[in-house]
Design a protein. Sequence first.
Length: 254
Amino acid sequence: MEKTAYIDNNIIVDLEDGVINKQNLLNTVDQNISEFFYSAAHLEEAYEIKSNSSEEKKRSLLRRFKTITDLTDNNYVLHELPSNRIIRYKETPSEVYRTITFVGFAQTMMKAMTNFVSETQKEEFRKSIRFDPIRINNYNSKEIVSHINQKMDVWGGMSLLGMLDYCISLFPEGYGGLHNRIAALFEFLDSVGYWKDKATEKSNYARLWDSNHAYYATFFDYFISDDKRTRNKAKVVYDIYEIKTIPISSIGKT
C-alpha cells in the first residue's frame, strides 16, 4: 500500500548537508512511501537563511530549492485562504519562494506577533500553575491533556479544548481553522513547559513554523521530524483531534 509523507525543515537541512538521503528515509520510516511533500512553511524558513552577501544568499537558496525538489519532485501542498482548502499540485520551490516574499513586510509582522507574550510572562504563568518541570515531559500525549484539565480552576473551570474554543471565539470568523488551533496548542503546550523549546529571540517564530509543519502533515501518513519537541507536541495535537498521521524521526523513532 502506497504511503505519503510530509517532512519537517530539519530533515531538509540534513539532506542538504548530506547527513541523510532519501533512501535512508525509505529504509527507516517506510519503504511504501511513494511521495514526499513540502509547503510554503519550508520557504518561509529558507527566507531566514543567514549569509554575508546577496550572492551567498542566492547560492544558499538555490541549494535549498534543489534539495526540496530532489526529495519531493516538487510535490507541493497549499493551504488556500480564505477557503481553508488544502490543494496538492506540482510547483517549484523557487516559485513558492517568489510568491511568499512578494510582500516584503509579512515576515516582520509575523515575528512581531509571535513575541506578543514575553518569556518572563510565560515563566510567571508556569509558576502560577505549579507544574513540575522535571516530571512534565514524562507524560505521554494523553496524560498531559488529563494533567492540564486537572488545573481547570486556573482556566476558569474550562478544559483545555474549552479554553481553546473560548480564545478562538474572540477572533474574527474563519480564524478557528485547524491550522490556527494547532498553532495555539503548540504555543500553550510550550507555555506550560511541555517539551519546551529553548527560549531565544527566534524560538517563538520558529515554533510558529513547527506548528505549521505539524498542520500540513495531518494530510499525510507520516510527519518526519528530527525535532523531538515538535514530534511530542504534534502527538498531543493529533490525539486531541484523532488525526492518524504518525510523527516519526528519520531513524524511525516515534
